[in-house]
Design a protein around this ligand. Structure first.
Ligand SMILES: *Cc1c(COP(=O)(O)O)cnc(C)c1O
Length: 406
């Protein structure tokens, strides 16, 4: 048996392991230092009460043969798909139907699995810095090419920098698949309507597919930013949207999300025939996935109630307030800062031209604050760090006080 040697080409993803290692070492040498974790990439608040209640009821249903649920539909239960179609789309004037929605066990699985439905020689474009899953899954399926100076030869990198506000626009080059994330992890910035329109136009012209990761869309509540790519005219012909209840409803440990594949999105086969991607994704999911758990889908459906929505928004408001505290404090101190307004993430530029790891060490040693070095998200992330609002208000305030005492 010969292994898939793309796995051997892939360097260790050492970012989070290295942060943990350096943190542990520092704590060992400085047992009295009270380090505040501003690098947390996971939610910390409990689930909305409405979801808890619905899941308790669902567990009780499992205890009786009359109400027990075995295998569910691979695409997800209609009670959840109908609620999504209504609340997340119809209510916002978007014509997405329940049968174009596929419930999953989270966005990460879908982002990786979508690669099953396009050809192995597809050229994939990703933002740098970006969520590492996009590049690593492309490489695993042979779409990387050769790694040279930290970059894969077949991947199109969309450079993010101060000049473009970390919101790259379409390149002159062709790509078959473009993965966009807005509001972004790690930079916290969100695309405007006009910018997304440029991407939809690009995809139409290049006959490319956009995979739109909107894991953080709920953080844009009440803003002018588009929360779905389908708010852009024509997107329903070129885009797949991937969503998650993880960062919005605290479901990181529950596992539930969904992917929208509109009927109008198609690709081409070897003979140039246009093929509906929805059919391929449906086949892929029905073959390799047996659906998200009934209990968890009941929990997710409970978010689409007035109480569920109110509780969910209260939690998001809590994280957003933390992020705004971070943003405002650092701007006040003269830092160049991105994100933190409609995102739990704040992207901070080192003041003295330090590298990401220099800034990490500097903050840890002088302030006892841990952060995530930007270079871990791509070459263009060097010279930046990511701070997160996923902390308690108390710790966030304490950390900001330490910053101010520079
Ligand atoms: C956290 C995160 C995900 C993964 O979400 P899950 O649903 O928990 O798998 C996807 N995309 C981005 C950008 C994320 O930050």
């Amino acid at each position: 048996m010969k292994i898939n040697d793309n796995f051997e080409k892939l360097p260790e993803n050492y970012l989070f392991a290295e942060v943990a290692r350096r943190l542990a070492e520092y704590r060992r040498n400085h047992p009295d230092a009270e380090v505040i974790r501003m690098d947390i990439g996971d939610v910390t608040r409990p689930l909305p009460e409405a979801a808890i209640k619905a899941m308790h009821e669902a567990v009780d249903e499992m205890a009786s043969s009359a109400t027990f649920h075995g295998y569910g539909p691979e695409q997800g239960y209609s009670f959840l798909r109908d609620a999504i179609a209504q609340w997340d789309y119809a209510d916002r004037g978007i014509a997405i139907k329940a049968d174009e929605i596929f419930i999953s066990d989270g966005a990460k699985s879908d982002l990786g699995n979508l690669g099953d439905i396009y050809s192995d020689d597809s050229v994939v474009a990703v933002a740098d810095p970006g969520y590492p899953v996009y590049v690593d899954t492309a490489v695993m399926s042979g779409r990387g090419g050769i790694l040279e100076n930290g970059r894969w030869s077949k991947i199109v990198y969309l450079d993010c920098n101060e000049g473009n506000g970390f919101r790259p626009l379409p390149p002159c080059r062709h790509a078959d698949v473009v993965i966009l994330c807005s509001p972004n992890n790690p930079t916290g910035v969100a695309y405007s309507r006009e910018e997304l329109k440029r991407w939809v136009d690009y995809a139409r012209k290049e006959k490319a597919l956009i995979i739109f990761d909107s894991a953080y869309e709920a953080y844009e509540y009440g803003s002018e930013f588009p929360r779905s790519i389908y708010e852009i005219e024509g997107a329903e012909e070129v885009a797949i949207e991937v969503r998650s209840y993880s960062k919005t409803a605290g479901f990181t440990g529950m596992r539930c999300g969904y992917t929208v594949v509109p009927r109008k999105v198609s690709g081409f086969d070897g003979n140039g025939n246009s093929i509906e991607l929805r059919k391929l994704w449906n086949r892929r999911q029905s073959t390799k996935f047996n659906g998200a758990s009934y209990i968890v889908q009941r929990g997710a459906a409970a978010l689409y109630t007035p109480e569920g929505m109110r509780e969910l928004r209260a939690t998001i408001e809590y994280y957003l307030e933390n992020a705004r505290l971070i943003r405002d404090t650092l701007i006040g101190l003269g830092y160049t800062v991105f994100g933190g307004e409609y995102s739990p993430y704040v992207w901070v530029k080192a003041r003295t031209g330090e590298s990401s790891w220099d800034m990490f060490t500097h903050l840890l040693e002088n302030k006892h604050i841990s952060c995530t070095p930007g270079i871990g998200f791509g070459e263009s992330g060097d010279g930046y760090i990511r701070l997160t609002g996923f902390n308690t208000r108390e710790n966030t305030l304490k950390a900001m006080k330490r910053f101010s005492e520079l």
